[in-house]
Design a binder for this molecule. Sequence first.
Ligand code: TRP
Length: 344
Amino acid sequence: MAFTPRVFSGTQPSGDLHLGNYLGAIKRYVEMQKTHECIYCVVDMHAITVWQDPDNLRRATREVAAAYVAAGVDPKKNIVFNQSRVHQHAELAWVFNCVARMGWMNRMTQWKDKTAGKNAEAESLGLFAYPSLMAADILLYKATHVPVGDDQKQHLELTRDIAAKFNNDYAPSLKEQGLDADFFPITAPVIAGPATRVMSLKDASKKMSKSDPAEGARILLMDDADAIAKKIKRATTDPEPLPSEERGLEGRLEANNLVGIFAALSETSKAAVLTQFGGQGWGAFKTALADLAVAKLAPIAAETRHLVADPGSIDAFMADGAARASEIAEQTMSEVRRIVGFLG
Ligand code: TRP
């Protein structure tokens, strides 16, 4: 059976949104709504896998939803909602906890990185099970395409493994219930463009991250023009001028990162950026990059501020999105209950 193309993605309302969230995910949400039916979630249940102050979680949930809309996502044409409002996410995640194997979860690099050198015993069970909830988010809507940053690739592979194992384990039941043998789709990650992995401005071997202690390592969506310009000017670079061709970026992590950011923000390729700036020093390039970043981000930040000033309107479009999401979610979940053998 061919699945209707459908896009699902989510962003966590934990910490402040940064350039990595914008280029890796949100900007792409806006592009995909032109061609697909899209469901965009604020994954508050994922956020609490590490401690979140309740007031701050409420604020951050509204801010992420506002940022989606400020960046250009249309909440009427698409579904925008917060995950916890649709209880079927938790319900399907439990079933998937029983499909996924401990060995699969133990191999997740994000779990390994987060617990490396730390006391894994003290982490929440939810953090370990995080990728199973993510698979539930996606498969509840039988989503075929998931725009994410490069760091989420392994979680998408796990989602495919869970879908395949579910389809396989319950093959006889699917048949008995008159359902298609490929009940869950094998979802494709959509990881494309020049900045699928935005790196730290201070250490380009590390991802730009909300938890980096160095403030200057990340550009926040809500940063003002001054802060953006300062962070870019202070970004680590090497002493060589910019190369004229993409090949010249090999082995130059900082240069590759900054050129990638420039290309993504200006919607061109790295090659085109290098045609323009090749041979020049970093000073001129950084000034141009700062101007570009401010031109692209400032209007989104202003609109986000405008939207969060009226929390009632954000809650209203998310409640409406959740109602529409619930219809699809319950359709899938009622089938899943029958497939696994739950009564009622
Ligand atoms: N794990 C994703 C991240 O940290 C967030 C997420 C949760 C997600 N559920 C999802 C992304 C479903 C895509 C689809 O970026």
